[in-house]
Design a protein around this ligand. Structure first.
Ligand SMILES: Cc1ncc(COP(=O)(O)O)c(C=O)c1O
Length: 374
């Protein structure tokens, strides 16, 4: 039986952001929620906690240990207990780390198109945003990054998204090693968000596992790969020479993980990895389906499937629309993420969430095509 087999009617019963933001005639394939059920092991852990009234404060290292076990099984990466801090979620972990290694006014490098909160935690917290765009083929622009790190702004931190959201690039170990060397050379702290790592449908290298990763910091959680965003929990993992940074992380960040988050995220990492591998096959098929449907029905759209995510990053500049995402929403009644939210210059792109059924993807493309012919 397929994992992404929930019907539109079942999904419309949900009360979270993906299915409730737009009116009921809009088909939503936007925000990073997956259209699947809760894994039986996670559900059992949650129900047991609720039945036992186990709804107090968290204690112990359950989540940290589950991640260490996952890292060893998934990537052959051994992480020591003292390298891991438990926290409230991923973006607050990245923000808390950024605040620990930089001051207001300091420069911070990001690579557009990028998950929007990366820019938020730089700009809204009075840091100076230094943007080095990905190359035309969606990879890290190592020359551009080298120039930015060597430039007069002297960036204190570099925010890496690995794999990259929205375009799904899985960075190679050579690229990551080069990045680590550049950061070491310029005294820039590399902070990597690896929340999408378990979803990578390709060889994935944790940046901290590489030589040079000793001074980098990584943030992650089970929120994405197991669709547990409602249970706020996260992890900060430091390279072996980051003890001093870890010791200065904001105290309230380290006190913000919920007990049920620890229970559910740990159950996911310990007992639900099988599902990720199973649904990845479905996501892979969904990417092929989308590519085929677009080729036949919306030939002006350009899409190259990527391995690091369940999103499709689609270039609509061939369609002659002022605002593709707005057009598809207004005229097609189908919601995608507007590329402009990932960087001002990406207004001709849309991000499509493929963690859903083939039927919903087929209907979404039919709506795109109808909106163009109508
Ligand atoms: C790259 C990336 N980081 C972080 C998050 C959100 O994590 P959290 O809700 O734990 O802050 C997402 C969610 O889509 C994401 O794609």
């Amino acid at each position: 039986m397929a994992i992404f087999d929930l019907t539109e009617a079942e999904l419309r019963e949900r009360s979270s952001m993906k299915w409730q933001t737009y009116p009921s005639d809009v088909l939503p394939l936007w925000v990073a929620e997956m259209d699947l059920a809760v894994h039986p092991a996670i559900k059992a852990a949650l129900l047991t906690a609720v039945e036992n009234g186990d709804t107090g404060y968290p204690v112990g290292r359950r989540y940290a240990n589950a991640f260490r076990s996952l890292a060893s099984r998934r990537w052959g990466w051994e992480v020591a207990d003292e390298q891991v801090r438990q926290s409230g979620d991923v973006m607050n972990s990245m923000l808390g780390t950024l605040q620990t290694v930089s001051e207001p006014g300091d420069a911070v490098v990001v690579n557009p198109p990028i998950y929007p909160p990366f820019r938020t935690i730089v700009e809204r917290y009075q840091r100076q945003l230094v943007e080095v765009e990905l190359t035309a083929d969606g990879r890290l622009d190592l020359e551009g990054i080298a120039a930015a790190l060597a430039g007069p702004a002297k960036p204190k931190a570099y925010l890496l998204c690995s794999p990259h959201n929205p375009n799904g690039t899985v960075h190679t170990s050579d690229e990551l090693s080069a990045l680590l060397r550049l950061c070491a050379e310029h005294g820039t702290t590399l902070i990597a968000d690896e929340i999408h790592a378990p979803i990578a449908d390709a060889e994935f290298t944790p940046v901290l596992s590489l030589p040079g990763g000793e001074r980098a910091i990584m943030v992650t959680s089970a929120g994405k790969a197991w669709n547990l965003a409602c249970f706020k929990g996260g992890l900060v993992v430091g390279g072996v020479q980051t003890g001093e940074i870890l010791s200065r992380l904001p105290a309230m960040l380290l006190q913000s993980m919920g007990h049920i988050a620890a229970i559910t995220h740990a159950a996911a990492m310990n007992s639900a990895l099988d599902w990720v591998d199973e649904y990845l096959l479905e996501v892979r098929a969904n990417k092929a389906l989308l590519a085929d449907l677009l080729r036949r029905q919306v030939p002006g759209a350009r899409y190259t499937p990527a391995l690091g995510t369940y999103f499709a990053w689609v270039d609509c500049s061939g369609l002659g629309l002022a605002n593709p995402a707005g057009h598809f929403l207004d005229k097609g009644r189908v919601a995608f993420n507007d590329g402009a939210t990932f960087g001002r210059q990406y207004g001709q792109w849309v991000r499509i969430n493929l963690a859903t059924s083939p039927q919903i993807i087929t209907e979404a493309v039919a709506r795109m095509a109808a909106s163009l012919s109508g």
